[in-house]
Design a protein around this ligand. Structure first.
Ligand code: GUN
Length: 302
């Protein structure tokens, strides 16, 4: 059976970050200081800590200033609010990202709504959600993971996705809903499937592009995929890997890679697919935010 072509997210993300690094040099000449990204982590969730470290590292690699605030798991909500207010009011900070999930005693919606929309490099503030829904791509900051999914789909299928049927599995605010808006803006026919969708296999089987963002390890099977379809796997799930030794684990996506790769035309791996794109697009958003705040004209990076 023919095997799908693997979409190399790492290489595509590196092209994006190389472009940003080149533009950062121009930005510094005009603005006098590098773009600055502040990342806030509450608690010690190991996966979140890895993501935050990678975001800070990539920021420095492209020439940005990176600040990390690590707060203990029992930080009162009022302390986090005070920190966000301080970052909002600091003209040297261009982008603010609060890593999710937050501990249960903190109201995540309240925190997201507090971040100044022009510094909201995650694109989660209702102002940015609304701008995306209204198709205002000039002013909106667009959520990084869905933006990365569109670029990966285009890397396989070319820039014109018009008329293709995209089925998004998952309806989260972080991925599923904004991904639907972005593929719609590309003139795709968009279906959002979720845990209550009937005959989900049949729905997915009609897709030219499948975006899997449910957070359930290897849920999407090869038999669900239309032959030749493009599969974008957003999931990052850690599962037991006894074959590697006792207590060992490995990362898998929401797609059963082996069976899906046997029928798909193109497929993203986990890791090395969507993950690096999320970080690359975060750098793009930070660059746009810094340019807009300082009246510096900017290129569209990706
Ligand atoms: N947790 C999982 N994905 C994301 C993301 O894109 N941004 C933030 N802030 N937290 C996350």
């Amino acid at each position: 059976m023919t095997e799908a072509t693997i979409i190399d997210g790492k290489a595509i993300a590196a092209r994006v970050t190389d472009k940003i690094a080149a533009q950062t040099e121009n930005y510094i000449r005009e603005a006098g200081a590098p773009p600055c990204l502040a990342v806030v982590l509450v608690g010690e969730d190991p996966a979140s800590a890895v993501y935050v470290r990678n975001k800070g590292r990539t920021a420095e690699k492209v020439g940005f200033k990176s600040i990390q605030h690590t707060l203990s798991i029992d930080t009162p909500e009022s302390d986090l609010i005070a920190l966000i207010n301080k970052l909002n009011g600091d003209p040297a900070v261009n982008g603010i990202l609060v890593q999710l999930p937050l501990p249960a005693h903190i109201d995540a919606t309240r925190i997201i709504e507090l971040i100044a929309p022009e510094k909201d490099v995650d694109g989660f503030h209702p102002i940015n959600v609304g701008r995306l829904g209204a198709g205002d791509f000039i002013k909106a900051l667009i959520p990084c993971t869905p933006a990365g999914c569109v670029i990966l789909a285009k890397s396989a299928l070319g820039d014109n996705l018009s008329g293709l049927h995209t089925v998004i599995i998952g309806r989260s605010n972080i991925v599923g809903k904004p991904a639907a808006q972005l593929f719609l803006a590309e003139n795709c026919t968009v279906t959002i499937a979720h845990s209550k969708t009937r005959d989900i296999e049949d729905v997915v089987h009609r897709a030219d592009i499948v975006v899997a963002a449910v957070g359930r390890a290897e849920m999407v099977k090869g038999a669900w995929i239309k032959p030749g379809a493009t599969v974008i796997d957003v999931g990052i799930n850690r599962i037991a890997a006894p074959e590697k030794g006792e207590g060992k684990t490995r990362l898998v996506g929401d797609v059963d890679f082996a069976s899906a790769a046997a029928v798909a035309g193109y497929i993203t791996p986990v890791p090395g697919g969507v993950g690096p794109m999320t970080i690359a697009l975060l750098m793009a958003n930070t660059y746009y935010a810094a340019c807009r705040q300082n009246g510096v004209s900017h290129l569209i990076i990706a």
